[in-house]
Design a protein around this ligand. Structure first.
Ligand SMILES: Cc1cc2nc3c(=O)[nH]c(=O)nc-3n(C[C@H](O)[C@H](O)[C@H](O)COP(=O)(O)O)c2cc1C
Length: 337
């Protein structure tokens, strides 16, 4: 079972690199006016925000991906070093394997040594005890509860009984003293689901919408017999999920993820309601198909390019970025109530 989990993680990583990437987070349907009278000194633009009690350099984190096998340990080592040097947070991948296998837990515990905001990750079916252990394993500043119904359904050996998640989340909220982030895994939190979660007392939502990493396709590739192409477009596009979640509450902390690849995506996600953004797949692509330096440069450049977007809009900090006016066009306009 444990070696199966390790193998599965490696297959996810390999298959991710082969996915078609044709889904759309709908950021192109957000129009922003250019500001020809930008009253800004580029060098004074401040992209920092406060997150989980720490000032971070930009509203971006590397989201949950790996842990368990040797490849995962190398990836976690590289990503956490990169995040530390850029002062941005990092979430580790599902820690289930680390709870079951002492050796595998080392691929997670290595991030404890790093001076950065560390975020744990487990599925919504796991017990309070498991969550406490997972948080302890990496000395976590927060823990993500992931919702991955779509992935499990298309995973040949996946769970098919999804009862009890909501009650378990409520229980964890009342019992766990580590901040909880409830996140999707690339199919998006709908307005109805966000409403339920906010109603239950969830303070941090990661919408992880469709338009980026596509686990239905990743799982489908692992099974040569099946062909589930008709589901590849399933999910709530990231831009819609952000707008919907923000329409429900001005206080909930929203992480916009799912298909964030550029600084323009990042800025748009914030303008429509996210407090910060997260990316997974694109960082992995730079790391595995490029190198440590390529991934570091890509993320460093995101910060520089975010400043360029902010200068073009005439805003000097993230609080001002959040107030920028925008217009919705195309499909996104049709989808938002
Ligand atoms: C190889 C890979 C493994 C992932 N494993 C996890 C996981 O263990 N737990 C989780 O919550 N999300 C996992 N995700 C989902 C991401 O955290 C994120 O929600 C999703 O990929 C959408 O973001 P993206 O389009 O920037 O990749 C994984 C993503 C990738 C690419």
């Amino acid at each position: 079972m444990i070696s199966k989990r390790r193998e599965r993680k490696d297959e996810h990583i390999e298959n991710y690199l082969k996915t078609s990437g044709h889904n759309d987070p709908l950021f192109d349907d957000i129009y922003l006016d250019h500001n020809s009278l930008s009253d800004i000194n580029f060098d004074e633009i401040d992209t920092s925000i406060e997150f989980l009690g720490r000032k971070i350099s930009m509203p971006l984190m590397v989201n949950a991906m790996t842990g368990g096998g040797e490849l995962s340990a190398d990836i976690n080592e590289d990503l956490s070093s990169i995040c530390q040097s850029l002062n941005i947070p990092m979430a580790v991948g599902s820690q289930t394997i680390g709870l079951e296998d002492e050796e595998a837990s080392e691929s997670f515990t290595l991030i404890k040594e790093k001076d950065l905001v560390r975020i744990g990750n487990l599925g919504a079916e796991r017990s309070l005890e498991d969550f406490k252990n997972a948080a302890g394993m990496i000395d976590a500043h927060a823990i993500q509860i992931h919702l991955n119904v779509a992935q499990e359904l298309f995973m040949p050996e996946g769970d098919k009984d999804f009862r009890g998640y909501y009650d378990n989340i409520k229980n964890l909220l009342s019992q766990l003293d580590v901040p909880i982030i409830v996140k999707e895994t690339g199919n998006g939190l709908s307005k109805e689901v966000s409403k339920k979660l906010i109603g239950a007392g969830v303070k941090y939502l990661d919408v992880s919408g469709s338009g980026g990493t596509n686990f239905i396709e990743i799982e489908d590739m692992r099974d040569f017999v099946s062909d589930y192409k008709e589901f590849y477009n399933w999910g709530v596009p990231t831009a819609k999920a952000i707008i919907d979640a923000r329409s429900l509450s001005k206080d909930v902390f929203i992480i916009g993820s799912g298909g964030i690849k550029t600084a323009v995506d990042m800025a748009k996600a914030i303008i429509i309601g996210a407090d910060m953004t997260a990316l997974s797949g694109e960082a992995l692509r730079y790391l595995l198909l490029g190198s440590y330096e390529a991934c570091l440069d890509y993320l460093k450049d995101m910060n520089k390019r975010l400043k360029i977007v902010m200068a073009l809009l005439g805003v000097k900090n993230i609080a001002e970025l959040k107030k920028v006016d925008y217009k919705l066009t195309g499909r996104l306009k049709d989808l938002v109530d």
